[in-house]
Design a protein around this ligand. Structure first.
Ligand code: PMP
Length: 429
């Protein structure tokens, strides 16, 4: 049957009249894969359906949060139950503490945590805290890492900013841009030079311990340890942005996997169970500086709202079932390795980085270990691959520079199905 997306086309045309680019977040527009987006009507488990009735096996999972799949019955039930008692009070509720304790148990680097509403808010607030407690202004981030869209972090950023070729956005004041120093991922020597030059002015280093916004890029042996040592040596805070990797690389995130003890950690996505959420936490001596216990200000009308807290808590409980992460990792490895093998059979170059429940196939034979090597990917080929997969019912993130996410809802036969479709598509490239 030919692929029909007539209703999606109409919906997109209408949306474009009233919403910039027709979407409320840039990557959703599918621009870089050369077609219009499909409009989604519902999701269940590992599948989503568009408004034309096409069904897709979903490897986006709302960009990470849906690690237990769409509309998990337990998550839906708790949301319904909670909503009936009111959606927000702007007053403390017990579930905020319960979720805080649950997260802190899994992330021993954190003594305290503050809930916010998005990953952007989490990293922005963590930077303010780092600057507040050190009395320093400059920050170091890594090229190709994305930490949300606050001014100071939209410098050489990944994700949509990289996809659309605007890694540094107009509208960011040059005075603010000048406080952000950009370093190369996996280049400890480069970082050391920056510290040697201006170490006394640096408030913090922020990074995705596994970069997931320039495709997936793994830290090389010793890199994270080296970053930890340098920050300690110069009295700068180390901030792990685990918005994507938290509860995905492992239950304890990348910090548990690699055994690193950052000063501050940012979370989001999974801990909201599909509702808007973010969080930042860390050592007590820093976190106590946040208002109202300290002078560093940060607030939020809907922060810690009962819907997101309960959806997140229920998701974490589901993830605590024995074998969850072994199964996620084994499905991820099978899909990642399978794709590599199929690309080889089709005579195509492909480099694959995978960890936990995330991976990325790059259309290149250059080992991908930083922004520059990620950029060796053939994005035209990726675009063709993406379109082919979409029309065969496999929903992938519409950019070479995004991760593919697995969920507990994906079955072994879903993986087989995805590989069968990939075999057909890769042959045509
Ligand atoms: N940090 C990382 C590592 C992310 O992947 C993202 C979003 N993909 C963010 C921060 C920003 O989160 P949000 O989109 O919720 O603002």
């Amino acid at each position: 049957m030919p692929f029909v997306d007539e209703k999606s086309r109409l919906a997109f045309a209408r949306a474009q009249k009233f919403i910039p680019g027709g979407v409320n977040s840039p990557v959703r527009a599918f621009k870089s894969v050369g077609r219009d987006p499909v409009f989604i009507e519902r999701g269940e488990g590992a599948y989503i359906w568009d408004i034309d009735g096409n069904r897709y096996l979903d490897f986006v999972g709302s960009w990470g949060p849906l690690i237990v799949g769409h509309a998990h019955p337990d998550v839906v039930a708790v949301i319904k139950r909670v909503a009936e008692r009111g959606t927000s009070y702007g007053a403390p509720t017990e579930v905020e503490t319960v979720l805080a304790e649950e997260v802190l148990k899994a992330y021993p680097s954190m003594d305290m945590i503050r809930m916010v509403n998005s990953g952007t808010e989490a990293t922005m607030s963590a930077l303010r805290l780092a600057r507040g407690v050190t009395g320093r202004t400059k920050i170091i981030k890594f090229e190709g890492c994305y930490h949300g869209h606050s001014d100071q972090l939209l410098i050489k950023a990944g994700s949509g900013a990289l996809t659309f070729g605007v890694p540094t956005s107009p509208g960011v004041p040059s005075q603010i841009a000048a406080t952000t120093i950009s370093a190369r991922f996996n280049d400890l020597e480069g970082l050391r030079e920056i510290f040697a030059r201006e170490g006394e002015e640096i408030a913090c280093v922020i990074l995705e311990p596994v970069a997931g916004n320039m495709g997936v890029v793994l830290p090389e042996d010793g890199f994270l340890q080296g970053v930890r040592r340098l920050t300690e040596e110069y009295g700068a805070l180390l901030i792990f942005d685990e918005v994507m990797t938290g509860f995905r690389v492992s239950y304890g995130g990348a910090q548990a996997h690699f055994g690193i003890d950052p000063d501050l950690t940012c979370l989001g996505k999974v801990i909201g169970g599909g509702l808007p959420v973010g969080a930042y936490g860390g050592k007590r001596r820093f976190m106590e500086q946040i208002a109202p216990s300290g002078p560093i200000y940060q607030a939020g009308t809907l922060s810690g709202n009962p819907l997101a807290m309960n959806a997140g808590l229920t998701t974490l409980k589901l993830l605590q079932q024995p074998g969850t992460y072994e199964s996620l990792a084994s499905k991820t490895t099978r899909l990642a390795e399978g794709l590599k093998q199929l690309a080889r059979e089709a005579g195509l170059p492909m480099w694959v980085n995978a960890i936990g429940a995330m991976f990325c196939p790059f259309f290149t034979d250059v080992p991908v270990k930083d922004y520059a090597s990620a950029c060796t990917s053939d994005v035209e080929r990726f675009a063709k691959y993406h379109r082919g997969m979409l029309e065969r019912g496999i929903y992938l993130a519409p950019s070479q520079y995004e991760a593919t996410f697995l969920s507990t809802a994906h079955t072994e036969s879903d993986i087989d199905h995805a590989l069968e479709q990939a075999r057909e598509v890769l042959r045509t490239l």
